[in-house]
Design a protein around this ligand. Structure first.
Ligand SMILES: [Zn+2]
Length: 415
């Protein structure tokens, strides 16, 4: 009996021990499995990670499991953008035990542009893919900012993108051959090559084929007092050696600016004058290429006259002209349809082209000046320069500011 009892106890202990070992084994297996479950998300391959010094791996388990991989750069502004992006992903609010996995691809081109393509995948508890989000950071290391579509492509040529891809792309990767375009979901649309598309490209790196002016773009701006009356002097048909500079100097002496509606073919001949005006904070407008009467021209001729002029000014200043002064002040319905820029005439005609006389010009202008006057003149004649030199001090004395047409229009829109 005693021996039986002893044997029974031994058996009991043995069974218990076995059970304990089994529990331990099972839990070890379970724990091990749990560890394996996320193993593949804890590291990522280095394929297509061609920019960024350090790969940041982050893994955490709370209600939601986060496995986040992202790059770091020597550029702190870019790092902050990445941090903000990752923080938004980290804040994911989903179901318990969802897994958020962030991977990325990165590239640097022309030693200036960085594109990071983030691929975010959300899995459920069974590690079944629930959703994928793709997002991009397209960054300019020289300007230390993200690039908007209008800094990649010249705005008025977006239509070209639309014809190529049937839609306006949403995301961009700057490559050495061209700009790779993606739709809003991150699906690739195709490569917009630089070759043969130079005039559509707005990137200002000297290695990127484009028309953009790649020199210094510092512009001397005037300070405008929104409460003081403003008048706008506009000069058509230039630039002209001697005269344009004389007029410019008169405005600078009076602390003012003006708008010059230039001809494409004159800018071609006297580009240094266009640049001089632009750099001193004067506005360049479009007055067609050859002073053709666009109101009687067909669509192809209108386009050619307007866009040739846009391209010349863009190459000289790096800025897209915003305003068109129609030749002869004449506007047709076709022009309204074809020209995407604002067309604007005047409300005081100095008749300088007709009288070419300083006193006559003063008499045509001074009595009619009021807040918001837009005066038509031509930087072609000595008499015009003389009249400007005479009238600016008189008008400044009366409290008028001399502003560019765009600045004036902007001020009326905010009033
Ligand atoms: Zn004209």
């Amino acid at each position: 009996m005693g021996k039986q009892r002893f044997e029974f106890d031994r058996l009991k202990i043995l069974v218990l021990a076995l059970l304990a070992v089994m529990v331990l084994l099972v839990s070890l297996i379970f724990l091990g499995r749990k560890e394996d479950r996320y193993q593949e998300f804890k590291s990522v391959s280095l394929d297509n990670k061609n920019a960024g010094e350090t790969l940041q791996d982050e893994f955490s388990e709370a209600d939601v499991i986060l496995a986040l991989h992202y790059p770091q750069f020597s550029d702190e502004t870019l790092n902050q953008l990445i941090k903000d992006h990752v923080a938004a992903i980290r804040a994911y609010q989903g179901e318990e035990n969802d897994l958020v996995f962030l991977d990325y691809e990165s590239m640097k081109s022309f030693d200036q542009y960085v594109t990071i393509r983030f691929i975010e995948k959300v899995y459920d508890e069974q590690i079944k893919l629930k959703q994928t989000n793709t997002s991009f950071i397209t960054y300019d290391m020289k300007q230390q900012k993200t690039l908007k579509i209008e800094e990649l492509f010249r705005s008025d040529y977006l239509v070209q993108l639309q014809t190529m891809f049937n839609e306006i792309p949403e995301h961009f990767q700057i490559e050495e051959q061209g700009i790779r375009c993606f739709d809003k979901d991150g699906n690739e649309l195709g490569l917009f090559e630089y070759a043969n598309h130079e005039r559509f490209i707005a990137l200002k790196n000297p290695q990127v084929p484009s028309l953009a002016y790649k020199g210094d773009e510092e512009v001397e701006k005037m300070t405008i007092d929104p409460n003081k009356p403003m008048i706008v002097f506009t000069f058509d048909d230039g630039p002209t050696p001697e005269i344009t500079k004389r007029i410019m100097d008169a405005f600078l002496a009076a602390g003012g600016r003006a708008t010059f509606f230039e001809l494409g073919n004159r800018m071609e001949a006297y580009g240094d004058l266009t640049q001089m005006l632009y750099q001193h904070g004067f506005e360049i407008g479009n007055h067609s290429y050859s002073h053709a009467n666009l109101s009687v021209a067909d669509e192809a001729a209108i386009r050619q006259e307007i866009y040739a002029t846009q391209d010349i000014a863009y190459a000289l200043t790096g800025k897209e002209i915003q305003l068109v002064r129609p030749t002869y002040g004449a506007v047709s319905d076709l022009m309204r349809e074809v020209i995407p820029f604002r067309m604007i005439n005047w409300n005081i005609d100095s008749l300088d082209w007709k009288t070419r006389n300083k006193e006559a010009i003063l008499n045509e202008v001074l009595p009619y000046i009021e807040d918001g006057s837009i005066i038509l003149m031509h930087d072609l004649y000595d008499a015009t320069a003389e009249a400007v030199e005479a009238m600016l001090p008189i008008l400044a004395e009366k409290g008028y500011q001399f502003v560019t047409l765009s600045d004036y229009l902007a001020s009326t829109e905010t009033k």
